[in-house]
Design a protein around this ligand. Structure first.
Ligand SMILES: [Zn+2]
Length: 311
């Protein structure tokens, strides 16, 4: 695949105090990122898959920081591509404070249910992709309610309760710079093109909630969206509008297919075709492979089927 041979920076400086570390998830560049804030209280936003923790630690060193100097990690939500390495980081650095949504916190302390549900989606590939998921000691967890402020690096970020992709999702907004760390709430967009794809895995996709989240993020007029998948995007408002519209278009395709009585596999096949045509038309054929690594079309469609059936 072309993207395996293209050399891309493992660590990218996004501001004096902000770095983007590419976890090289599944040997793929620009699929899952982790953000490093340096300064008085060095911190990570997201921890990435456990299988990639060595890449993250190496990235921190390349950014000029001893990983042992980290004080905190903040995760947007507990899906394995965002937070699986948290327990492993705590094993190495037991002093870390971990910021998380109140609904996500129990699953970091006791990941059994999360892992059982991930195993249903990823099967035998689970360990290879995400590594071992180690419980986070409960006394290191700090939950953030909507509007809570948290000091990371030299910045004060506001946690925003932002459901839609997941019930337990936080966006971290830096009002001073206009940077917004969006997790999956602002979708998946690759560097170099104005195309965003909604990540819609089971089991918690909620369109009305996501609409409200998107409206709220737009109203805050972020200067730059920092996506876990992947990187900085300055076409912020366009991106959020495109995300909302594509989310509804996709849900519409799923709804019509279900209304015709198609079974799950047939719905997946139809929507896969629709999505691939859409990606090719807007982004070029080569992007489709990378989107597939980040979030398979099958998982995305299953999440929407579940949403539509729930009514
Ligand atoms: Zn997610």
């Amino acid at each position: 695949m072309w993207y395996r041979v293209v050399a891309m920076a493992h660590v990218q400086r996004l501001a004096d105090d902000l770095f983007l570390i590419d976890t090289r998830y599944n040997e793929t560049p620009q699929a899952i990122g982790v953000f490093l804030l340096t300064g008085a209280r060095p911190a990570l936003i997201e921890t990435g898959p456990g299988a990639r923790v060595h890449t993250v630690l190496e990235g921190i060193r390349r950014a000029g920081l001893d990983p042992a100097a980290l004080q905190a990690v903040a995760v947007t939500h507990i899906h394995l591509d965002h937070a699986a390495a948290t327990g492993e980081l705590l094993r190495r650095f037991p002093h870390l404070e971990v910021y998380v949504h109140p609904v996500g916190a129990p699953h970091l302390a006791d990941p059994d249910r999360l892992l059982a549900s991930a195993r249903r989606l990823y099967g035998d590939a689970l360990e290879r992709l995400f590594g071992q998921v180690i419980p986070v000691p409960a006394d290191r967890l700090r939950t953030l309610a909507d509007g809570a402020r948290v000091r990371l690096g030299d910045r004060t970020l506001t946690a925003l309760d932002t459901p839609g992709h997941a019930r337990h999702h936080l966006v971290y907004h830096d009002e001073a710079s206009g940077d917004m760390f969006t997790g999956d709430a602002a979708g998946v967009a690759l560097p170099g093109a104005r195309y965003v794809r909604p990540p819609t895995p089971p089991p918690e996709i909620d369109l009305p909630a996501w609409d409200a989240t998107i409206a709220r993020l737009r109203a805050l007029r972020p200067r730059r969206l920092l996506l876990t998948h992947f990187g900085p995007h300055e076409w912020a408002d366009d991106l959020l509008v495109q995300l909302r519209d594509r989310l509804h278009a996709l849900a519409g395709v799923v709804e019509r297919a279900l209304a015709e009585g198609l079974d799950e596999d047939a719905v997946v096949a139809r929507v896969q075709g629709w999505l691939l045509d859409d990606i090719r038309a807007h982004h070029g054929a080569e992007a489709a492979g990378r989107f597939e690594v980040i979030m398979s079309t099958r998982l995305s469609v299953l999440g929407l089927i579940r949403y539509v059936r729930r009514g």
